[in-house]
Every structure is written in C-alpha cells, then in structure tokens.
Design a protein around this ligand. Structure first.
Ligand SMILES: NC(=O)c1ccc[n+]([C@@H]2O[C@H](COP(=O)([O-])OP(=O)(O)OC[C@H]3O[C@@H](n4cnc5c(N)ncnc54)[C@H](OP(=O)(O)O)[C@@H]3O)[C@@H](O)[C@H]2O)c1
Length: 277
C-alpha cells in the first residue's frame, strides 16, 4: 500500500520542496498542510488523487484534528509525520519581547506537541510510523541572537529523545532533522527581529542579526528533501538525528567534543556527590 506522508507548513521552504519531491514520485500519498491552503496550488500539476491539501495552523487544535481526520478518511493511514512548520526570532536574550518569544514557542514547541499527540494514537493502532521533527543545528548548539530559537529547538530535541525511548516497544520511530542555514523564507518573512538598544554591549550580536535573511544561505532545501526521502526509504537504518549542511554537522561535532572534554574533567567530582552507601 502507498505510504502516506503528513507535512505541516508546506507553503514554502523545506515543507514545500519535500511536498513537491514526494508529489512528483507519484506512488506516495501526500497530505500537504498550510495555514493558507491557497498557497498549495503548486501541487495541482502533480495531483493524480494522491494529494490532499488541508488547512492547518499548528496553533489551532481544532484544525489539527480536522486535518488528521481528513488524512485518515482519504488515505486510511499516516505513515510519516513531518512536523516542519516553524518560525524564527532574532534578538539578544536581554531584549527579547514576551510576545515574540511566546509566538515562536506556540508554533515550534506547542504546535509540534499537539500535532504529534493527534497522530501518535493512529500510529500506535497501526503499530508503525515515523515521526519527524524539524529541529535545527540550533537544537544542538546555542548561538548569539538565537537564544530563544535555540530554546524551542532544544525543547524539541529533549522531548523527542524521551519520546523515542517511550516508544521502544512499538514499531514507531522518531527522527530529528537538524539543518544549518538553508535558502528558505525562514530568516526573512518567518522571523521577527528585535534590534538592540545596547550596541556598546551587543554590537556583535546585532551584526549577526543584520547578516541573516539575505538569501545567501549555503543549504539547498531541494537537496535536503531528497536526503530526507532517501533516509526514510531506508527505514531499517533510520538515524535518530539527521544533520543537514556542513555547518550543522561540523558545528555539532565541535560542540560535542568540547562538551565531552569538559564533562570528563568533572566525572569524579560529580560521582562524589552521591551517597556512598
Ligand atoms: N531555513 C533554515 O535555515 C532552517 C534551519 C534549521 C531549521 N529550520 C526549520 O525548518 C522548518 C521550516 O522552515 P523553513 O526554513 O522552510 O522556512 P519557511 O520557508 O519560512 O517555512 C516555514 C513554514 O512554516 C509555516 N508556519 C509558520 N507558522 C505556522 C503555523 N502557526 N501553522 C502552520 N504553519 C506555520 C509557514 O507557513 P505560512 O506561509 O503560513 O507562514 C511556512 O510554510 C522550521 O521549523 C525551521 O525552524 C530552518
């Protein structure tokens, strides 16, 4: 039976390129969801009955329910869930606004939680499925100007690491996708930015904010889509973390090596804090 993919945030970027890649393949079902389904007309030329376009704002529980029900009504299963929808927010930690922080956590964290919780019972009944979370290299490494964004992606990483272990008695797998900078709308229209009023302290952080959103990111989202599809096809070898982009894999390698060196120095002292009986 044809596999069914359910993808959030397919109006642009990674979600759109993945939806096109799968739609062109023809032998998989694609549930392409977006806040504004009218943005999904790019799929029409590939539609042979294997595509369902659905309205889904991941911050609206009733839309999550309706879109998931529509997917089951049409295709009878959800085999791969891609929690792709996400926002960015650039600011110093000190000056980040509550409204911007909450807006991003609502989409990147609570949206992902709610979509995952709606689909999980279906996958449990099937006793099969792959749950993917669009994390980021910022889910491994915190960087200046992206403290709150890293907070959302570290949250996703921690939750999915635990979820993967909770599901160890099932045939449901979990995978985190960790891109570095890719040429999508993320750093442009999908990211609010708060400029610093303290350039004497945060001038370097502001320079980082000013440098983003110019469309010169090294990552190609079409190549990412190809790697994601190929990785899912090799189901048996599904990794838990899928880094994408040189800055992702090398940034994570450097961070993990530095963390390991530091933690090894602390080993004996840490153990000494336990009761010794
Ligand atoms: N591009 C990068 O460098 C990069 C790197 C690492 C991770 N990521 C992650 O990749 C994911 C996809 O982003 P992208 O890079 O492809 O950027 P993008 O082109 O801006 O796409 C973001 C998508 O999320 C959707 N979205 C935003 N809020 C939503 C909501 N409340 N409900 C449903 N959909 C919503 C947007 O839909 P609208 O058209 O309605 O706004 C859009 O389709 C995000 O999770 C992002 O954090 C991106």
């Amino acid at each position: 039976m044809a596999k069914t993919w359910f993808i959030t945030g397919t109006s642009s970027g990674f979600g759109k390129d993945l939806a096109i890649r799968l739609a062109k393949q023809g032998d998989v079902n694609v549930v392409a969801t977006a806040r504004r389904p009218e943005t999904l007309s790019y799929l029409d030329e590939f539609d042979n009955g294997q595509i369902l376009k659905a309205q889904l704002d991941v911050t609206k529980p009733e839309e999550i329910k309706t879109a998931v029900e529509a997917a089951i009504d049409k295709f009878g299963a959800i085999d791969v869930l891609d929690n792709n929808a996400g926002l960015g927010y650039f600011s110093t930690f000190e000056e980040g606004t509550d409204a911007d922080i909450k807006k991003m956590f609502d989409v990147n964290v609570f949206g992902l939680i709610n979509v995952t919780k709606e689909v999980l019972p279906i996958m449990r009944k099937q006793d099969s499925g792959i749950i993917m979370g669009l994390s980021s290299v910022l889910g491994q490494v915190g960087l200046p100007s992206l403290s709150y964004y890293a907070g959302t992606k570290f949250a996703v990483e921690g939750m999915y690491e635990a979820l993967q272990k909770e599901l160890s008695k099932t045939n449901i797998k979990v995978m985190l996708i960790e891109p570095s900078g890719f040429r999508t709308d993320w750093a442009g229209r999908s990211s609010n930015k708060t400029s610093t009023k303290l350039p004497e302290v945060y001038g370097d952080v502001q320079a980082g904010i000013d440098a983003v959103g110019n469309g010169d990111e090294p990552g190609d989202p079409k190549k990412a889509a190809e790697i994601i599809v190929k990785t899912v096809e090799k189901d048996e070898e599904l990794p838990f973390r899928l880094p994408l982009g040189q800055a992702s894999v090398e940034g994570t390698e450097a961070k993990l090596k530095a963390d390991l060196a530091e933690i090894e120095k602390m080993h004996d002292q840490a153990v000494s804090a336990d009761f010794q009986d």
